[in-house]
Design a protein around this ligand. Structure first.
Ligand code: C2E
Ligand code: MG
Ligand code: MG
Length: 754
């Protein structure tokens, strides 16, 4: 999944989570709102019921006290007015209340002792109460300022007179004791008669006392008639419960009612505006919401921070994984990804893959310093971009290796591109005043030459093969090389040889050929060089030029070298056993062999095992081995010479030979490369060089062997110039060991004759 897709998915998931959380929150809020409302209403109802119980209990206590007084009065001797006055005063006189005893004739006493006489209407009302006890609907009383809540009981004196005893409590004081208020005095409780008439109003200033019946604030229009009726029935039948009704303004009020059955079916009704209950609930919900919101915001913040960190972490990883540190351009992994996309794109132009190497860049670094080396490497991507067409994809493969996937029209364009690169490098170095020539080597594989599915890896492998081929040619070789079918055939051939080499070695397909060496003064066979030949199963001879570079690459050469040394040892032993005077045999030592840690020990052990006398085995090291690490070379050579090996420098003059170096090389023999003697007749300067070289070697007590000598003229020259030994077709080609043994025999014969 790409980064973009992953981000989209994450954002989507976060969005969904947010919506889901909002949905859950809204549902939760509704639920909480309902619960809170129910809870609040339950509390109001409970308070109301408690209030009702208290009020009723207070009433019953008062009534009982009144009944007891009535009983006491009735049991007295007579309705003697003094006694009555005295009793009333003692038992009923209190603040905010008034009591009165009224006889059947309408006369009576107040608790203060004052005599009263009722009006005919009052008498009529009192007459209706005779023989009963209970409460009266509050009304204005005569003795007190405001309305009173009055209870009464009947008295029958012992002299047969009847009376009614009243005790009225001032509403206000009563209310002080029993009133209930809710939600900051926005809701109150009322004492209501069965028909809904308000028996007692709260006295609180914020209570509007504009209605005298609870049904006045229940709008007929706004409410369901059945529900209103049911409430009416409940009040009438002394039931408790809760109802919600709107008033004429559409404002809802919650009615919580609790009956007082022993008070003529009166009830306590608490009326609280629904908005107030909700306000409280809403405040709690707001708090919950804030917490919820903070929670969601926190989760979102954590998520965002995580994403941000993750993105920047991913970017860092991406940069690390896909960018080259030094140059800042893409590395090969990214190049492969991007390149494959370009190659597969519909209507893609023709592409060529270029594998570019800075020839001997190690030397540039050594000579100019690493800072300059880095500067060139950093600048190089610009050259790669500048010299090519739009759409070139570039990357640094490693060290001094770059790759380019370049759209192109024809090969000429690619050649021009490479020339442009070289020019850019020259100009750059000149701009830094560096008098160094840094060459480039380029291997190119065009898409149409690719014999596999042309993806980046296939193209790069082939461009690289082309590059290897030109690098192999060294400093004087071509600057660029195109991968073609001949190269592919060569690669296939090499693959074939690689699969066969083990079997060939154990099956004896590698043969030892010996090329004789002749001394010039006196003339005679001086020895031979062991050279390997591969005679395959079909008796076809392969020349070392075909397989030695391959074996050097895959290190199989170390096995061949040891095999050749052992074969040489065996021959020398055979010849000695046959009574022949053996002559020195030289074997070649490859660079890979030289650098194997067990090299010297193995060679010395083998010489000892075969009991080869000192001086009969010579080891040839190519000149480049000695140049690479003179100290190591000298120590190795010293040990080998101590063990009785002779050592020589092979192909001297073919590479970077320096005469100056000769004095430091502790070798026995210098083998001069054949190229030295292929001069034209009148090339006197070249002759002088060879003459001096031979002289110098002689003075340094080194023997000299001229290799690749093909003509008698060359022999003549070498003889005059003081060369010791000649090896070349002029005297003999490399030959099978048996043939060489014959030469040995006849040479011995000749030696005997001489
Ligand atoms: P080298 O060690 O310099 O061997 C001399 C090469 O010059 C031989 O080629 C030989 O056949 C060739 N030669 C001799 N005289 C003449 C001449 O007059 N004219 C011309 N044009 N060439 C002449 P060969 O046998 O093909 O070997 C080539 C190279 O392969 C050798 O060069 C050596 O570097 C390597 N080689 C051969 N056998 C072995 C081996 O057993 N081990 C290792 N490490 N390398 C070997
Ligand atoms: Mg050699
Ligand atoms: Mg040689």
């Amino acid at each position: 999944m790409t980064q973009k897709k992953r981000n989209l998915m994450l954002s989507l998931a976060a969005g969904l989570l947010f919506v889901a959380m909002c949905g859950v929150s809204i549902n939760f809020i509704r639920e909480v709102e309902h619960l809170l409302w129910e809870n609040s209403v339950k509390n109001i109802l409970e308070s109301t019921a408690r209030g009702a119980t208290l009020f009723q209990r207070g009433y019953l206590k008062e009534l009982e006290m009144l009944n007891m007084l009535a009983y006491d009065l009735g049991n007295g001797v007579s309705s003697n007015s003094d006694r009555i006055r005295d009793k009333l005063k003692t038992f009923l006189t209190r603040a905010n209340s008034v009591s009165v005893l009224v006889f059947e004739d309408g006369s009576g006493f107040l608790d203060s002792g004052q005599a009263v006489m009722l009006t005919p209407e009052e008498r009529e009302r009192v007459d209706a109460l005779r023989g009963k006890s209970g409460l009266l609907f509050p009304r204005q009383s005569r003795g007190l300022e405001g309305r009173t809540f009055t209870i009464y009981t009947s008295v029958t004196f012992s002299d047969g007179r009847g009376a009614v005893l009243f005790m009225g409590n001032e509403m206000e004081s009563l209310y002080m004791e029993y009133t209930l208020s809710f939600y900051n005095n926005t809701g109150f409780s009322y004492i209501v008669a069965q028909n809904g008439d308000i028996a007692m109003h709260p006295v609180h200033p914020s209570c509007s006392q504009t209605f005298s019946n609870v049904f006045e604030i229940i709008s007929e229009k706004e409410n369901d008639a059945a529900l209103v009726q049911s409430f009416r029935e409940s009040l009438k039948n002394g039931r408790s419960g809760v109802a919600v009704f709107s008033n004429s303004e559409g404002e809802k009020n919650v009615f919580c009612y609790a009956a007082m059955p022993r008070m003529d079916g009166w009830s306590v009704v608490s009326i609280v505006p629904n908005a107030e209950i909700m306000r409280e609930a809403n405040a709690m919900i707001r708090e919950a919401l804030v917490i919820c919101f903070l929670g969601i915001a926190g989760v979102l913040a954590v998520f965002l921070v995580y994403r941000r960190m993750n993105n920047s972490y991913q970017k860092q990883i991406f940069d690390l994984a896909y960018t080259d540190r030094l140059t800042g351009i893409r590395n090969f992994s990214k190049f492969t990804e991007d390149g494959d996309r370009l190659l597969r794109a519909p209507g893609a132009p023709r592409y060529a893959m270029l594998s570019i190497d800075m020839l001997n860049f190690k030397i540039f670094n050594d000579v100019m310093g690493y800072a300059e080396g880095d500067a060139l490497l950093k600048e190089f991507p610009r050259f790669l971009k500048r010299n090519g067409r739009e759409g070139a994809l570039i990357a640094r493969r490693m060290a001094d290796r770059f790759v380019v996937l370049l759209p192109y029209r024809d090969r000429e364009e690619l050649i021009t591109y490479c020339a442009g690169l070289s020019r850019s490098v020259r100009v750059f170095l000149a701009s830094r005043e560096l008098s160094y020539r840094q060459d480039l080597r380029v291997g190119i594989c065009c898409v149409e030459d690719c014999d596999a599915d042309p993806d980046v890896n296939a193209l790069f492998d082939r461009a690289n093969m082309a590059l290897k081929a030109v690098k192999y040619e060294g400093g004087r070789g071509r600057a660029l090389n195109f991968y073609d079918h001949a190269m592919r055939d060569k690669i296939l051939r090499e693959k074939h040889l690689e699969t066969r080499m083990e079997e060939a070695l154990s099956g004896g397909e590698f043969l030892i050929y010996i090329q004789p060496k002749y001394s010039l003064a006196p003339r005679g066979l001086a020895g031979g060089e062991a050279l390997v030949r591969w005679k395959d199963r079909d008796d076809i001879f392969l020349s070392p030029g075909e397989f030695i570079p391959l074996f050097e690459n895959n290190r199989f050469i170390t096995r061949i070298d040891r095999y050749m040394l052992e074969s040489s040892c065996r021959l020398l032993r055979e010849w000695m056993a046959a009574g022949l005077r053996p002559l020195p045999l030289s074997v070649n030592v490859s660079r890979v062999q030289f650098y194997t840690p067990e090299f010297v020990d193995t060679y010395i052990r083998m010489k000892t095992e075969y009991g080869i006398p000192d001086g009969l085995l010579e080891l040839e090291f190519t000149e480049s081995i000695s140049v690479e690490n003179i100290e190591l070379f000298n120590s190795v050579v010293r040990r080998l010479r101590q063990a009785g090996f002779r050592c020589s420098i092979d192909d001297f003059g073919a590479g970077y030979s320096s005469l100056n170096m000769l004095k430091d090389l502790p070798v026995d023999t210098l083998k001069l490369d054949g190229g030295f003697f292929r001069f034209t007749q009148d090339d006197e300067r070249a002759r002088t060089v060879v003459r001096h070289m031979l002289n110098l070697a002689g003075e340094l007590r080194m023997g000299t062997v001229a290799e690749g000598v093909e003509t008698p003229e060359q022999v003549e020259f070498l003889e005059r110039a003081g060369c010791d030994v000649v090896q070349g077709y002029v005297f003999g080609k490399p030959m099978p060991a048996a043939e060489f043994a014959e030469l040995l025999e006849s040479a011995a014969g000749r030696a005997d004759i001489a």
